[in-house]
Design a protein around this ligand. Structure first.
Ligand SMILES: [Zn+2]
Length: 433
């Protein structure tokens, strides 16, 4: 399928025999339990679950208690730390868009492993020596800043740590330095497309070929839109601050799900209601136990992300299990007229239409009224017949998929607010009414 051979950063570990992998996971899990006893909240949880004497191996995983974001919020700022503070080389935090931030800590070894996992990710998406990487996300406490930069340096490519904002300026820098790979939040990739459309002359001087996108929920339909708009291959990158940031899972060139680096993260998919494990291919909540983190061990962390394991081996040769794209976070599910709705379902429908530019906003108002505001692209703005047909099609598709009758509003490009960080896709005015 590809004209260039597959490249691995740590070939022996990326193509590891699964029997050996299980042994590595067992050692990691037992070590993690020992580290966990050094943090009061985990020690207490383990005692409550009756596992003070430890466990035998992976088969006893279900005996261990879950941990949640709430546990970590209650621990702010130092309560989840398992080593003396003088062994901590770096502190990051989650963005805290919906809650108080969660801090995450790294020892020297934690930072080394993090950059190695990100370097694996660069190999996975097809980065090669000579590539030039631009990071379009902020480099502060956000793990997607320095995390990606260190990974690119570890992999051995040139880094341009631009930071967030200024899509027009980002494009100019991409042109001037021959940038081939960038990292962005998906909604920012849409802003790059807009900036490119406004300055189309720049397109032929760009060398972009790969986008690494993540840190907010998105869909395969949106991927297509971004790939077409920028003329690149885009890959889904997954991670979260609580377990160190990005570098948990990433897509390979075959785009058939995200490989979870199982020598560092033990993954389960559970029924979010009962906590019971689900079978391969069954959709549920992803639970992650980091196996090698020193500064901040965690046990069975409930990510809140809904996905499923994908059966079978991957053509890239990596043996690490794959998960499907996240449908969304359980917290993001809107309850409307008794129906549970993920914004990603609406995004899928909208982004599958050529006429839209990918920007949308779901507004909930009154008792349970739902309005979907959708921007069209430049080519369609002002064409009344196209807009009327699009409006009807989207209304019908949403109704068919979700049973919900919505008000669909079609807007000219650039109408909806743009965010410097993660996009806001839902405005819930019901409680204010
Ligand atoms: Zn693969």
């Amino acid at each position: 399928m590809f004209t260039t051979p597959e490249v691995y950063f740590q070939p022996n570990l990326e193509k590891i025999d699964r029997e050996i992998l299980k042994k590595i996971q067992k050692i990691g899990l037992l070590k993690t339990l020992n580290r966990a006893k050094k943090t009061p909240f985990l020690r207490e949880k383990l005692a409550q679950a009756g596992v003070t004497n430890g466990i035998n191996g992976l088969e006893d995983l279900h005996k261990l208690p879950f941990t949640t974001k709430k546990d970590l919020i209650n621990c702010y700022p130092f309560g989840a730390l398992a080593v003396p503070i003088n062994r901590v080389l770096r502190v990051h935090s989650s963005s805290g868009t919906t809650n108080k931030p969660v801090t995450t800590f790294y020892t020297k070894r934690d930072l080394k492993i993090w950059s190695e996992l990100m370097a694996r990710g660069f190999a996975c998406v097809g980065a090669r020596k000579g590539d030039v990487f631009q990071n379009t996300t902020s480099q502060g406490m956000f793990t997607g800043g320095l995390g990606l930069i260190q990974g690119a340096e570890r992999f051995g490519i040139t880094v341009i740590p631009f930071g967030s904002g200024s899509p027009e300026k980002q494009l100019e820098i991409m042109r001037d330095f021959g940038v081939t790979i960038f990292h962005a939040i998906p909604s920012f990739a849409l802003r790059l497309i807009e900036a490119l459309e406004a300055n189309d002359g720049i397109r032929n001087s760009l060398k972009l070929r790969i986008g690494i996108l993540g840190a907010e929920p998105w869909t395969k339909e949106m991927r297509k839109k971004i790939e077409n708009g920028l003329g690149i291959d885009a890959f889904n990158n997954y991670g979260f601050a609580e377990v160190g940031g990005p570098g948990v899972a990433i897509e390979c060139r075959f785009k058939s799900g995200l490989h979870i680096w199982e020598d560092h993260f033990l993954a389960e998919i559970i029924d979010p209601k009962t906590g019971e494990p689900l079978d391969v291919e069954e959709e549920g909540e992803l639970v992650i136990t980091p196996l090698t983190r020193e500064a901040m061990p965690l046990i069975r962390y409930r990510t809140g992300d809904i996905t499923r394991f994908i059966e079978g081996s991957c053509e890239c040769g990596r043996t690490h299990i794959r998960v499907d794209w996240m449908r969304g976070r359980i917290d993001d599910m809107i309850k409307i007229r008794g129906i549970g709705l993920y914004p990603s379902t609406i995004e899928q429908i909208i982004a599958s239409h050529r006429e839209t530019n990918g920007n949308f906003l779901i507004v909930l108002s009154g008792i349970d009224d739902i309005t979907v505001k959708i921007e069209v692209n430049n080519g369609v703005a002002g064409k009344a017949d196209v807009i009327e047909r699009l409006k009807q099609e989207i209304f019908d598709e949403i109704k068919r998929t979700t049973q919900l009758r919505t008000t669909v509003e079609i807007l000219p490009p650039g109408t909806l607010p743009r965010s410097e960080g993660k996009a806001k896709r839902i405005m819930d005015l019901r409680r204010l009414a």
